[in-house]
Design a protein around this ligand. Structure first.
Ligand code: FES
Length: 258
C-alpha cells in the first residue's frame, strides 16, 4: 500500500481489517508519505500493527525525517529497496493527484504490470474546483505565524449533513477580503470560500475538497467562518485562525489570507 497525506484514510480501513481478522498470510508493506513526522496520521496505530502482524510500515517525510524514516520524497529507488518483489505485488494507492501520478510514473519506469495497480481517489478531479490542486505562490501552508486571541476568528462546526446555516442577511456584510491578492468579493450564502476564491481567479491548493485533508486551509484574520467539518485541521491550526476553504462559508465580512 502506498499512501500520501490524507490518502492514508482508506488504507487504514483495509489495514485494520487485515489486522483484526488476521485476514492474510501475505506480507503487507505499507509506505506512507507525509510532509513531516508530525503530519503522519495514525502513526501509533500503524506502528503497533507493524509489531504484531504481517504488516511492515515505512514512512517517507519530505522534511525533518526521524531515524528509520526515508527523507525526501518517494522514489523508484526507495520503492525497489523496500519492496524488492514489487513485480509480484498487488499495489494499492491513495493520495493527492500529483502523488498518485508520480507513483504511476515510477511503477511504469520500474516495469510493473499495471494490472496489479489499483488506486482510490476522492472522486472525479474534473468535477472539482481547482481540479489540478493548484498551489498558489501566495499560499503559506505552514502554521508558523500566530494570532492573538482577539484576532482569531470564531468557528462553528456543523455536521456535514446538516442544513447550511442562515448566514448574514445583510448583503453589504457578505464580503470576503482576500488580503494577499488584494481583492474584495461579495458572496452568496451557499458559496464556499473555495468557490469565492475560484471566482476571483485565486488558486487554492486542494485535494479532497471534503474537509478531510487540510490542503486547502487558509488563515482567516477577521470575521466568522462556518465549516461543515474541521476534520482536516489540527488544534494548532484552529487556534492560529486557519479555516478549510473547501467546506467553509463566510458569515458576514471576513478577511482571508489568500
Ligand atoms: S481540500 Fe481537503 S480539506 Fe479542503
Amino acid at each position: 500500500m502506498l499512501t500520501g497525506g490524507a490518502g492514508i484514510t482508506p488504507a487504514m480501513s483495509m489495514l485494520r481489517y487485515l489486522y483484526d481478522m488476521r485476514a492474510t498470510e501475505n506480507e503487507v508493506i505499507f509506505i506512507h508519505s507525509a510532509r513531516t513526522p508530525d503530519d503522519i496520521i495514525f502513526r501509533d496505530e500503524t506502528l503497533l500493527m507493524s509489531k504484531q502482524s504481517h504488516t511492515k510500515v515505512h514512512y517517507v517525510c519530505a522534511q525533518h525525517a526521524e531515524p528509520g524514516m526515508e527523507n525526501g520524497f518517494l522514489s523508484k529507488e526507495i520503492l525497489q529497496r523496500i519492496v524488492p518483489d514489487i513485480h509480484d505485488s498487488t499495489i494499492l494507492t491513495c493520495g493527492p493527484t500529483p502523488y498518485m501520478d508520480a507513483v504511476k510514473s515510477m511503477l511504469n519506469e520500474i516495469g510493473v504490470d499495471m494490472n496489479n495497480y489499483h488506486e482510490e481517489s476522492f472522486g472525479d478531479p474534473s468535477k472539482r474546483f481547482n481540479p489540478g490542486g493548484a498551489t498558489p505562490k501566495t499560499l503559506d501552508l505552514g502554521c508558523s505565524e500566530s494570532t492573538t486571541k482577539s484576532d482569531s476568528p470564531r468557528f462553528h462546526e456543523d455536521n456535514a449533513t446538516s442544513e447550511i446555516p442562515d448566514l448574514a442577511a445583510d448583503t453589504e456584510d457578505c464580503t470576503v477580503r482576500f488580503s494577499i491578492s488584494n481583492q474584495t468579493l461579495t458572496y452568496s450564502p451557499q458559496e464556499t470560500l473555495l468557490q469565492v476564491a475560484t471566482r476571483a481567479g485565486i488558486a487554492v491548493a486542494t485535494n479532497c475538497q471534503m474537509g478531510l485533508c487540510g490542503t486547502c486551509k487558509a488563515k482567516c484574520t477577521a470575521g466568522n467562518v462556518v465549516m461543515d467539518t474541521t476534520e482536516g485541521l489540527t488544534d494548532e491550526d484552529m487556534s492560529n485562525g486557519y479555516v478549510l476553504t473547501c467546506v467553509g462559508r463566510a458569515n458576514g465580512l471576513i478577511d482571508l489570507e489568500l
